[in-house]
Design a protein around this ligand. Structure first.
Ligand code: GLC
Length: 543
């Protein structure tokens, strides 16, 4: 693997600056604070940090409403602080990817302010306007809990403007070449600063066309390919990542026919199916989505995750499956948001260590490049009393001192979680440091084993055939290296017989439970799986 393909073989850490570490007592995390915590990030064994939007913003959508693409939100520091963060991360060999919000700006962006005030302003055409608000009726509403239309009437402008998200986020008009120019300048600005790539937000929605659903349109792909071409020519080795919450067959075009669009796409649909499988004790949903996942071009890669800063999205499941997921995982309507579930990993799985290990072991060995969402490495909880998706964005819990060691301020942007089970007094980094059985050390351990075993990252994926719906297994094979990843998805013990005659004379070593070995002989090995067991069985010669 050449250096320029680094993103195919790494682990990402999703960092929410506001929540991470407050260096100056403002009650909000910032870049200087994040620098102090790079030791922690590095200790996990991740290789790349993705930071959520850091731009000046009125924060109506937590920074996904950008008011200035060239700056830093004052709560987070200055451009110099950003540079210092980047340099400190790079010094440790950590890459840094930033969010790029191309589809829309904040309504506070000077472009929109100029546009709404004057029909003849050159900025008017930066946005999408209508006299009637009736166009593009085929486009769905994404923020269903908050918006009733994709058009909002602006009194100042005397027209409706188009928005796919909050009405405080007017969509940019990609039919205007000046918008392309602006975006290219923004992209070059940050790449010149030395970042390693972009997570491009909400890319399916750049263009609108009548009689379509206004998603994944050909001109959208054409623009994105243009971005990629420029990056390849001027900034080789940097990565372009698509956030496109779509079905696998609609995702494939985002990699480009010849691998000439995005380097990476988030694989959204697999995520809810992992939760389905572990609740049903049945692997079928995972098998189905893997079967529907197409091969991707050489040089491309999936990004996989268990949770992120948004709701656990149920857009890519059937209506029946969605209903079932809500009943199982969000019995309290307050846990639901839009078409999803606004809870964190640990509470979703009832803080169950076995389920945690299964989900994380699958994440670290199945397909793609995994992402760890900040706080999930210690099993942080959520706070559904907070609005929208903020319940999963509470301060990082570093220790059991006031505010969980996050901030010396009297009041923080949102309170640190202090509930009985997940509060900072119990769940924090310091407490987990020395506990060999903690989530924190389990995360480090999984990443270490993954790093030591290239077959888990790059190997061919071969599903294990067997009849027990609860026994989920797959081989990862790379040259003569092979490891069988094996899980019992149910609360019942299972046993399973494995015919490994081809490897007689070698042994099977469990990478997840050191010391567990089996001699491989002519006859099948019987493997007994405890409820919710995880094993990575590596074939190794006896010497
Ligand atoms: C993406 C982000 C989400 C944001 C939306 C609009 O889906 O992940 O947080 O609200 O785009 O920018």
């Amino acid at each position: 693997m050449t250096d320029s393909l680094w993103y195919q073989d790494t682990v990402f850490y999703e960092l929410y600056l506001r929540a991470y570490k407050d260096s100056n007592g403002s009650g909000s995390g910032d870049f200087r604070g994040a620098i102090e915590k790079l030791d922690h990030i590095q200790s996990l064994g991740v290789d790349c940090i993705w930071i959520l939007p850091h731009y000046p913003s009125p924060l109506k959508d937590d920074g996904y409403d950008v008011a200035d693409y060239y700056g830093i939100h004052p709560d987070y520091g200055s451009l110099d602080d950003f540079r210092a963060f980047l340099a400190a991360a790079h010094q440790r060999g950590l890459k840094v990817v930033i969010d790029l919000v191309m589809n829309h700006t904040s309504d506070q962006h000077p472009w929109f302010q100029a546009a709404r005030q004057d029909r003849h302003s050159p900025y008017r055409d930066y946005y999408v306007w209508s006299d009637t608000g009736r166009e593009y009726a085929g486009a769905r509403i994404i923020f269903l809990d908050y918006e009733s239309a994709n058009w909002t009437y602006d009194e100042v402008a005397g027209q409706y403007f188009w928005h796919r998200f909050y009405s405080s986020q007017p969509d940019l008009n990609y039919d205007n070449p000046a918008v392309h120019e602006e975006m290219f300048n923004i992209i070059r600005f940050w790449l010149d600063m030395g970042i390693d790539g972009f997570r491009a937000d909400a890319v399916p929605y750049l263009y609108e066309r009548e009689d379509t659903n206004c998603e994944n349109l050909p001109p959208t792909h054409a623009f994105l390919r243009k971005v990629r071409r420029m990056m390849d020519e001027e900034y080789p080795g940097r990565v372009l990542i698509a956030e496109a919450n779509q079905w696998p067959q609609d995702l494939l075009p985002y990699f480009g026919a010849d691998g000439d669009e995005f380097h990476m796409c988030f694989h959204f649909p697999i995520m809810p199916r992992l939760y389905m499988a572990i609740r049903r004790g049945n692997k079928q949903s995972i098998l189905d989505i893997l079967a529907a996942t197409p091969d991707i071009p050489a040089g491309a890669q999936w990004l996989t995750f268990l949770r992120n800063h948004d709701e656990l999205t149920l857009e890519m499941v059937t209506p029946d499956e969605r209903e079932w997921m809500w009943q199982q995982y969000a019995p309290d309507p307050a846990m639901r948001s839009n078409l999803g579930i606004r809870r964190r990993l640990a509470p979703l799985i009832d803080n169950h260590k076995g389920k945690w290990l299964i989900l994380n072991s699958i994440l670290m060995s199945l397909i793609g490049t995994p992402i760890v969402y900040y706080g999930d490495e210690i099993g942080m909880g959520d706070n559904i009393a907070l609005p929208d998706r903020h319940g999963c964005r509470t301060p990082m819990q570093w220790d059991d001192s006031p505010n969980g060691g996050f901030s010396p301020a009297g009041a923080t942007y949102f309170p640190v979680n202090a509930d009985a089970e997940y509060g900072y007094q119990r769940v924090n980094v310091a407490a987990q440091e020395d506990d060999p059985n903690s989530y924190l050390n389990a995360t480090r351990f999984l990443l270490r084993v993954r790093r030591q075993h290239p077959e888990l990252r790059q190997g061919q994926l071969i599903m294990l055939g067997n009849d027990d719906p609860a026994v989920f297994g797959y081989w990862r094979v790379l040259g003569d290296r092979r490891t069988l990843c094996l899980y019992n998805l149910s609360a019942e013990a299972a046993s399973f017989s494995l015919d490994l005659r081809h490897y007689v004379g070698q042994q099977l070593v469990d990478l997840l439970h050191q010391g567990q070995t089996w001699r491989i002989a002519e006859w099948p090995i019987v493997i007994r799986l405890r409820p919710y067991a995880s094993h990575w069985l590596h074939v190794r010669s006896e010497t």
